[in-house]
Design a protein around this ligand. Structure first.
Ligand SMILES: Cc1ncc(C[n+]2csc(CCOP(=O)(O)OP(=O)(O)O)c2C)c(N)n1
Ligand SMILES: [Mg+2]
Length: 786
C-alpha cells in the first residue's frame, strides 16, 4: 500500500511535468496552444494508481477518462510500457496522445476515449460481447473473465448515451462492469449543480447496480472519530460544492477561518482544528475518498461478484497542486514557479525530472514492486484471433428484387451453411431487425441470451413468420431503439478478436437516415479500428410513401468522409453478393504493408464496410460474374455500357437509379447519340483511389493511375457527363474533375417530400426524363424538347 501511495505521487508529478514540458519547455514553433489537463489528471491520480498498481488483472479492460491521458501515460511509463521519448513528445507528432488512443498510442490502451461518455458506455457493450463470446461452444474459455472498467469524469454523466446504455445493459443482464466516477463536482466550465449525488445514486440503483460511495479518506475518518469529529463531518456533508472547491483552492488558513467561524465554538471541534497546522488542515480537507489509496484499495477489493458496480469517488479537481478546486482549472496550468515548488516538494532534483524513481525513499523496493504488478504479469494484453475463411458470393435468381430483399436472402443462404463464417457472424439491430430483413437469419440462428427463453407466441401456436427464441448459442443481439447503442455494440463486437481473443464478424442494420443519430459513436467505432458491416436500409427518397421524415440525403457523403469505413451502394443483387463476400474478408485484414497510394489506401490494412441499400424493387441484369466485373464492382465502378470513340454522353449513376440510367441511355441513344453508362458501386473507393493516385504522382510515381482515371480515359474529351444518385449530388459531382469532362450533377438536396417513387424522382429531377434533358443540354443548338 505504501508503494502505491508513493507511486501515486510519482504519477502526479510526471503527469504535471509532462504537460508543463510540452507547453513551456519544448519549443513551440507555431504559437498554437499545446494544452493538457493538469487538474483533471491530478483528480484521478490516486484512483488510477490504486487500480493499475494494485487491483486490475491482465484480463480487465479499461476506458480512461480522456483528459486523464497524462496520468495514464505516466503510469504506463512507470510500468515500463511507455517510452520517455513519447512522454517528452506528449501531444507532438508521434508522441503520447492527448487522449488515450488504442490505435495511435503505443502503450497499453484498451479502449480509446476523447468524446466524453462514449468510452464509458463502450465498457457495457464490451461486457455484453464478452458474455456473448464465452457462451459459444467454439470459444476458448480458459482465459479468465475480465472486468470492463470505465474511469469516468462526473460531467460525462450529462451525456445521454450513458443512460441509453444503462437501460440496454439492464435488459441484457449486464455483468462484470465497473464504473469509477471521479466525483470532483467540476466540469469544463465550472462547478456542477448541488444535489446531483442523490439523483446519480438513484439512477444506478434503479438499474440494479451496486453503488459504492467513497466520500471520506482514512485521515478524515480518523478525525471524525475524535471528539468534535461528528460536527466536522456534518459540516462537510452540508458544504456546497462551490464553497468546498473555493476553500480547497484558498488553502489551510482559509479552511481554519471558515471552519472556526461556522463550527469552531461548538464544543470540542475547536480543539480538533487547533491540533492541526494549516497545512495539516488543508491535507485533512483534501483527504476525500477518491484520493485515499487505502480506502480505494479496500473498496475495490471488497467489490466481489459480477454485479455491475459504480464507485462514486469524491475528489478535488487539481488535488495536491496549486490548481486544486479553482473553478477555471480545467485548462488551467501551473506557472513555472508553481511547478518548481511541486518539483521540490516531490524531492525531484533539477535535471532529473523524468527519472521514474527519482526522489523516492525506497527505489529498490519500488522497482521490485513494479516488477510484480499483477496487471503487467501476462505480457501483451492485446489478443488476436485467426481469420475466418469466406465462403464465396451467395448468388440466387435474377428476377426483379431490391437490394434489401437480396440482403436478407444472402444472409439466409449463409445461415444455412455449416461454416465458420456463419458461426462467427453476429447480427444486431436497434429494433429494426424485421424491417431491415434480418428476420430469416434470426429464424435460423436465434437471438442471444445467457439463458434460454422460449418464443411464447410459437408455444401458443400463434402463426408468425418470426421465431423469437433466445439462447446462449443465439447469434443476434436485439437492441432497443437507440442508434448510439448500435454503434457502440458494433464497436465492441468489432474488437472482440483484440479484446477477448475470439473473432466476430458483426453485422448491424438500421434505417439509413438514422446513421446521423449515432454518428459520433460510428466515428468512435472506426477510430478504434473496430471491424463491422453496417447495412443501412431503406435509403434516399426511393422509400417513397414510407415517409419524408425517413429520407437520407447526406449519408453517401458521410460514407465517403468517414475514415475507416468503405461505403458501397450497389444497384443489383449480384453486386451485393460479391461485395458482402469481399467485405467479410476486408473486415479481417490487418496488413501493415505500405498501402498502394494509387488505389484504395486501406486495401491492405482493412476496415469496416457500409452498404447503403434500398427497398425499391428493380429489374436485374442477366449476366455471369467474370473477373473483370468482380474487380469493377469492388473497385467502385464498371461500364454497364462502355463508351465508343464517338461517345457524346456518359451517365454515371450510383445505386437504385440504375434502371433510370438504362432507360435514359435508351432514349438518348434513340436520338442517335452515342451514350455510355457507368455503374458506380462505390463513389467512396473511386474517390479515395483518385486522391491516392494524385498523391502518388506528387511523390514522383508518374505512372500511377486510379481506377476512375482508367475508366474515364476511354471517354472523348468533348463528351458530357451526367451523374445521378438518390442522395446528395456532390457524391458523384467530382467525377467531372477527374479528366475535365463537362458535367451535370443530378441528386437530392431537399428533405421531407412524400409521394410515389415517380412523383419524387420527377420532383427532384433524378428520373430518366431529367437525365435525357441533361444530355440534350450538352448539345448546342438543340432545346431540351428537341
Ligand atoms: C462529446 C464531448 N463534448 C465536449 C468535450 C469537451 N470536454 C472535454 S472534458 C469536458 C468536461 C469534463 O468534465 P468531467 O467529466 O467532470 O471531468 P474532470 O475534468 O472534471 O475530471 C468537456 C466538456 C468532449 N471532450 N467531448
Ligand atoms: Mg469533473
Amino acid at each position: 500500500m505504501w508503494y502505491i501511495e508513493a507511486l501515486t505521487k510519482k504519477a502526479l508529478w510526471l503527469s504535471n511535468w509532462m504537460i508543463h514540458h510540452a507547453n513551456h519547455i519544448r519549443p513551440n514553433v507555431d504559437g498554437v496552444k499545446v494544452g493538457g489537463h493538469q487538474a483533471s489528471s491530478a483528480s484521478m491520480a490516486a484512483i488510477m494508481s490504486a487500480l493499475y498498481f494494485g487491483v486490475l488483472r491482465p484480463e480487465d479492460r479499461v476506458a480512461v477518462k480522456p483528459h486523464a491521458a497524462p496520468v495514464f501515460h505516466a503510469i504506463q511509463y512507470l510500468l515500463g510500457k511507455q517510452t520517455l521519448e513519447k512522454l517528452i513528445n506528449f501531444r507532438a507528432f508521434g508522441g503520447a496522445q492527448s487522449y488515450p488512443s488504442r490505435t495511435k498510442d503505443t502503450d497499453d490502451v484498451d479502449i480509446s476515449t476523447g468524446s466524453v461518455g462514449l468510452g464509458v458506455a463502450f465498457t457495457a457493450f464490451a461486457s455484453l460481447i464478452q458474455d456473448y463470446v464465452r457462451a459459444k461452444s467454439w470459444a476458448d474459455t480458459s482465459r479468465p473473465e475480465g472486468r470492463m472498467v470505465a474511469l469516468v469524469g462526473d460531467a460525462e454523466l450529462d451525456e445521454g448515451n450513458v443512460y441509453e446504455c444503462l437501460l440496454e445493459g439492464w435488459k441484457h443482464g449486464l455483468r462484470n462492469t465497473w464504473w469509477v466516477i471521479d466525483y470532483n463536482r467540476q466540469s469544463l466550465d465550472g462547478v456542477v449543480r448541488e444535489g446531483l449525488y442523490d439523483r446519480i445514486e438513484a439512477i444506478f440503483r434503479a438499474f440494479d447496480w451496486n453503488v459504492v460511495t467513497l466520500k471520506y479518506g482514512a485521515l478524515q475518518q480518523e478525525a471524525f472519530a475524535e471528539p468534535g469529529g461528528e460536527r466536522l463531518k456534518a459540516w462537510i456533508d452540508a458544504a456546497p460544492n462551490a464553497l468546498y472547491s473555493a476553500l480547497m483552492f484558498r488553502g489551510g488558513a482559509a479552511w481554519r477561518e471558515r471552519l472556526s467561524d461556522e463550527i469552531g465554538d461548538q464544543g470540542p471541534v475547536g480543539a480538533l482544528l487547533a491540533r492541526r497546522s494549516d497545512a495539516e488542515l488543508a491535507e485533512l480537507m483534501a483527504n476525500l475518498g477518491g484520493h485515499c489509496v487505502p480506502s480505494l484499495l479496500e473498496q475495490f477489493e471488497a467489490a466481489q461478484g459480477d454485479k455491475p458496480t459504480v464507485f462514486i469517488a469524491y475528489t478535488v479537481k487539481g488535488w495536491a497542486t496549486p490548481l486544486a478546486g479553482h473553478k477555471d482549472n480545467h485548462a488551467g496550468q501551473m506557472t513555472s514557479a508553481q511547478i518548481e515548488q511541486l518539483r521540490q516538494s516531490m524531492n525531484v532534483r533539477e535535471g532529473h525530472e523524468w527519472e521514474p524513481l527519482e526522489g523516492m525513499t525506497d527505489p529498490r523496493g519500488i522497482n521490485d514492486f513494479l516488477g510484480e504488478v499483477p496487471f503487467n504479469a501476462a505480457g501483451s494484453r492485446r489478443l488476436t484471433s485467426p481469420q475466418v475463411a469466406t465462403i464465396g458470393p451467395q448468388f440466387f435468381g435474377s428476377g426483379p428484387t431490391s437490394t434489401q430483399a437480396a440482403f436478407g436472402r444472402i444472409l439466409d443462404a449463409i445461415a444455412k451453411t455449416d461454416s465458420d463464417l456463419a458461426r462467427r457472424i453476429v447480427t444486431t439491430s436497434p429494433d429494426v431487425t424485421v424491417s431491415t430483413n434480418l428476420g430469416p437469419w434470426v429464424n435460423r440462428r436465434n437471438l442471444f441470451a445467457r439463458s434460454e427463453v422460449a418464443d411464447v407466441f410459437q408455444r401458443e401456436a400463434i402463426p408468425s413468420t418470426q421465431k423469437w427464441r433466445f439462447a446462449p448459442d443465439g447469434q443476434h443481439m436485439e437492441l432497443g431503439i437507440a442508434e448510439m447503442n448500435l454503434f457502440l455494440m458494433l464497436g465492441a463486437a468489432g474488437l472482440s478478436h483484440s479484446l477477448f481473443g475470439e473473432r466476430l464478424l458483426p453485422i448491424g442494420t438500421l434505417y439509413d437516415p438514422f446513421i446521423s443519430r449515432g454518428l459520433d459513436a460510428l466515428n468512435y467505432a472506426c477510430y478504434q479500428d473496430a471491424r463491422f458491416l453496417l447495412v443501412a436500409t431503406p435509403s434516399g427518397v426511393s422509400l417513397a410513401g414510407e415517409g419524408g421524415a425517413h429520407q437520407s440525403i447526406a449519408s453517401p457523403l458521410i460514407g465517403m468522409a468517414q475514415d475507416g469505413l468503405a461505403s458501397f451502394e450497389p444497384a443489383f443483387a449480384d453486386e451485393l453478393s460479391v461485395i458482402m463476400d469481399w467485405a467479410f474478408d476486408y473486415m479481417q485484414r490487418q496488413g501493415d504493408a505500405r498501402p498502394d497510394l494509387a488505389d484504395w489506401p486501406r486495401d491492405v490494412t482493412g476496415g469496416s464496410v457500409y452498404l447503403r441499400l434500398s427497398t425499391r424493387t428493380i429489374e436485374q441484369p442477366t449476366r455471369t460474374m467474370d473477373k473483370a466485373l468482380f474487380d469493377g464492382i469492388i473497385r467502385g465502378a464498371y461500364w454497364l455500357k462502355p463508351p465508343t470513340p464517338q461517345c457524346e454522353v456518359v451517365i454515371a449513376y450510383q445505386g437504385v437509379l440504375a434502371n433510370e440510367a438504362i432507360e435514359a441511355a435508351a432514349r438518348i441513344g434513340g436520338d442517335r447519340r452515342n451514350v455510355a453508362v457507368l455503374a458506380v458501386t462505390s463513389a467512396d473507393r473511386l474517390n479515395a483511389g483518385w486522391h491516392g493516385a494524385q498523391r502518388a504522382r506528387l511523390h514522383g510515381d508518374s505512372e500511377a493511375r486510379s481506377h476512375i482515371e482508367t475508366l474515364l480515359a476511354d471517354v472523348p474529351n468533348r463528351a458530357g457527363l451526367i451523374t445521378a444518385i438518390d442522395g446528395h449530388p456532390a457524391t458523384l459531382g467530382w467525377l467531372g474533375s477527374v479528366l475535365g469532362h463537362r458535367t451535370v450533377t443530378l441528386g437530392v438536396e431537399h428533405f421531407g417530400q412524400t409521394g410515389t417513387v415517380n412523383d419524387l424522382y420527377a420532383h427532384f429531377g433524378i428520373d430518366a426524363a431529367a437525365m435525357t434533358a441533361a444530355a440534350r443540354s450538352f448539345m448546342p443548338g438543340r432545346t431540351a424538347n428537341a
